[in-house]
Design a protein around this ligand. Structure first.
Ligand code: SF4
Ligand code: SF4
Length: 197
C-alpha cells in the first residue's frame, strides 16, 4: 500500500517521467514480478513496483527521494520479468536527472562517495576491488570497523583473500579508453552548459 504522506500529487509528473524515460508506465499492472527478483528490494528500500506506483500516483517528492533508484544496480532483472517490459534503468536515469535538476538530496547521503570510489577502483584495476572499495568507504565515512566482523567470516570461509585483493590487478588499455571517452564527453557537456568544469 502506498502512502502519500499528505503530499499533493503532481499531475504532470507521470507524463514527464514517461516522456523522459521512454517507458509506458501506464501499462504497469502492479504485479510485483519486478520487485520479486530485484536484488535491492527490501522493507527499507521498497523496490521497483512501489516506485512505479508512486510515479503513477504523481507522488513526485516521494518518487524522487525513493531509495530504489538511488541503489539500482542496473542488473535488468526487473525488465526481464516484467510482462510489459518496463525498463527500470531508463526510469531510474530519468528520475536521477530530475532529482539533480531539482536539487533533491539522496536518501543515502554517502551514495555519491561510494559511486566515486567504485568507479576509481574500476578505472585503476579494471574491475571493482570490493575489499579496497569497502575499506576506503568505511575510512572516509569514519566507521573503520563497520564491516570487520563480516570480512573475518568471509576470510575464514576462504571466500576472500585480503593479500590478493589488496594487491589487485591493473586496468588494460580498453578500460582506459572507456574512461577517457567518458571524461572527454563530460568536459564537452560542461562546456556546452558553460560551467567549464
Ligand atoms: S513487473 Fe512490470 S507490470 Fe509488474 S509491477 Fe513491475 S513494472 Fe509493473
Ligand atoms: S535493474 Fe535496478 S530496479 Fe531492476 S532489478 Fe536490477 S537493481 Fe532492481
Amino acid at each position: 500500500m502506498i502512502r502519500l504522506n499528505g503530499a499533493a500529487a503532481e499531475k504532470d509528473f507521470l507524463s514527464r517521467v514517461i516522456e523522459k524515460s521512454g517507458q509506458n508506465l501506464l501499462a504497469c499492472i502492479q504485479c510485483g514480478k519486478c520487485s520479486g527478483g530485484c536484488p535491492i528490494s527490501s522493507a527499507e528500500v521498497g523496490g521497483p513496483r512501489r516506485l512505479v506506483a508512486q510515479i503513477l500516483y504523481g507522488a513526485k517528492q516521494e518518487a524522487l527521494r525513493d531509495p530504489t533508484w538511488w541503489y539500482c544496480v542496473a542488473c535488468g532483472t526487473c525488465m526481464t520479468r516484467c510482462p510489459v517490459e518496463i525498463n527500470m534503468y531508463q526510469v531510474a536515469t530519468a528520475l536521477c536527472e530530475m532529482a539533480e535538476h531539482e536539487n533533491v538530496q539522496p536518501s543515502e547521503p554517502n551514495i555519491h562517495l561510494f559511486e566515486e570510489l567504485f568507479l576509481k577502483s574500476v578505472e585503476r584495476h579494471g574491475r571493482a576491488n570490493e575489499l579496497k572499495v569497502v575499506m576506503n568507504f568505511n575510512l572516509k565515512t569514519r566507521q573503520p570497523f563497520k564491516d570487520m566482523g563480516q570480512g573475518l567470516k568471509l576470510m575464514r570461509k576462504g571466500a576472500i583473500s585480503p593479500g590478493e585483493m589488496l594487491k589487485g590487478g591493473r586496468a588494460d588499455e580498453r578500460v582506459k579508453r572507456i574512461f577517457s571517452r567518458i571524461s572527454s564527453r563530460s568536459s564537452s557537456k560542461a562546456d556546452e552548459k558553460g560551467t567549464g568544469e
